[in-house]
Write a protein that binds this ligand. Structure first.
Ligand code: GLN
Length: 454
């Protein structure tokens, strides 16, 4: 009831929720009470969560914040959300996001932008919460849920977490099932939690992760008790500092944040080593070929027949065209066009295949570093703190917006786990995040190291 009241009071301003489900929440909470009374409480019994609108939730609004999915209520539940309900969690509603998870500011949502609960000192300017999981991050930061689900294809958990002073982890590709999650770029998409601190993130991920026969890329590995790693010593751990992340024009404050992170880990007994990830500079351009290519294929299914919106036309082709023209927003159309282009005959080898080769090189860079005895890598999570809503500079040039993902996309390209953890405030009093990158399926290392920083 307290969370629902908080949402009712604040959501008109923050716009984090696109659907609130108070009846369902109360019904689930009642069932939780009964299980607690019976001494059968699950790991998340009664914990109220917000769910990113990308996750299919049975009988509940699921539109990936796109007009083209108008009115869509799936007849199935995504594996990740089902895992959460099985452990007793309670659903408060569906959270705003960039349309089909394409964006870094939550401004491509059909439901309008989300306001970051943070503002710069002495300023009235509304800031973005980051994206694409902007609703998830803002809801957690504003206490409109105890934790949230999110997804990360190129930074969409970590960048919004960094912009809102919350913790977000993208686990290793394959840790969480993608079944029932609206697909963006299937070889990169992963679900993960956004939470108020590292311990909450660890508890949530434990529930979300599982092998799933319905997603053949999910892995058959035991899910460790992540919470147990909180408070463990990092003495003797080797932390790599990649020189390629010291990008041109990096703001002084980001450099200072990074140095502060290094100092904290050193104080806790970690050994700091300089490393090189030579193909880093190709990650962003390669990502912006691979992700749109997969998206153009995945989004072919929205044809006015199977889901959501239909705009009638004089014949079926005309109907497809009108539906897609009306249903997709500008950024989604841009991605579909780029994706279709790089997959087309004559360009496939030059763009898509080449980007996939670059991806292999990026993955190998990390393998070399981890094989040399490095346990985790520390970088800034984003090149800046949160920026203003409707920033003219960014609106004029989509590539500038893509630069937000410069520190996060490599992790998706390599399939590795990455966590964003608050590292402090900038001069304007806005949160900044640090990122830790780990070896495949070693999320525990990230939790214990991030806990030293938080
Ligand atoms: N900002 C990136 C993009 O627009 C990442 C999105 C994501 O991780 N879902 O593609």
């Amino acid at each position: 009831d307290a969370y629902i009241a908080a949402i009712e009071a604040a959501n008109d301003t923050i716009n984090a929720y696109v659907a609130v489900t108070p009846e369902k929440a109360r019904e689930m909470a009642k069932a939780s009470d009964a299980r607690i009374t019976a001494g059968k409480a699950g790991a998340l019994e009664g914990i109220p969560l917000g769910i990113k609108d990308l996750f299919g939730t049975e009988g509940v609004h699921t539109q990936a914040c796109s007009h083209i999915l108008d009115g869509f209520e799936p007849r199935y539940e995504s594996t990740v959300t089902q895992n959460l309900w099985n452990d007793g969690a309670v659903m408060l509603g569906k959270l705003n996001m960039d349309e089909f998870a394409m964006g870094s500011s939550n401004e491509t949502s059909y439901y309008g932008p989300v306001k970051n609960p943070w503002r710069a000192k002495g300023s009235n300017l509304d800031l973005v919460p980051g994206g694409s999981s902007g609703g998830s991050a803002a809801a957690v930061a504003a206490h409109l849920c105890a934790g949230a689900t999110a997804t990360d294809t190129g930074g969409s958990i970590r960048q919004p977490a960094a912009f809102t002073g919350t913790v977000g982890i993208k686990p290793t590709y394959g840790r969480c099932s993608r079944w029932g999650v609206v697909a963006f770029a299937s070889s990169l998409d992963q679900a993960g939690p956004i939470a108020r601190d590292v311990r909450d993130a660890a508890i949530l991920l434990k529930s979300m992760a599982s092998i799933d026969p319905k997603d053949t890329t999910s892995v058959d590995l035991p899910v460790p008790d992540y919470e147990a790693s909180i408070g463990q010593s990092i003495k003797g751990m080797r932390i790599g500092i990649p020189k390629e992340y010291r990008v041109d024009g990096m703001p002084e404050e980001i450099e200072a944040l990074w140095q502060q992170g290094i100092a904290w880990l050193k104080d806790a007994g970690a050994e700091i080593v300089d490393i090189s990830l030579p193909h880093t500079k190709y990650a962003l351009p390669a990502y912006y070929i691979v992700a749109p290519a997969e998206a153009s294929s995945n989004l072919a299914r929205y044809d006015g027949v199977r889901y959501g919106l239909r705009v009638d036309g004089k014949d079926i082709i005309d109907m497809y065209e009108r539906t897609r023209a009306a249903g997709f927003g500008q950024e989604v159309k841009r991605r579909i066009m780029i994706g279709t282009y790089v997959l087309s005959a004559g360009y496939y080898d030059a763009y898509y295949l080449r980007a996939q080769k670059v991806r292999t090189l990026i993955k190998r860079d990390f393998e070399v570093v981890f094989n040399s005895g490095v346990d985790a890598i520390l970088t800034p999570a984003t090149p800046s703190s949160a920026f203003g809503i409707a920033d003219e500079d960014l609106a004029a040039d989509p590539v500038k917006m893509y630069l937000n993902d410069i520190f996060t996309v490599t992790v998706n390209m390599a399939g590795l786990p990455g966590i964003a953890v608050p590292g402090g405030l900038d001069r304007k009093g806005l949160p900044l995040g640090l990122q830790l990158i780990g070896k495949p399926f070693e999320e525990e290392t990230l939790f214990k190291t991030a806990h030293v920083i938080e």
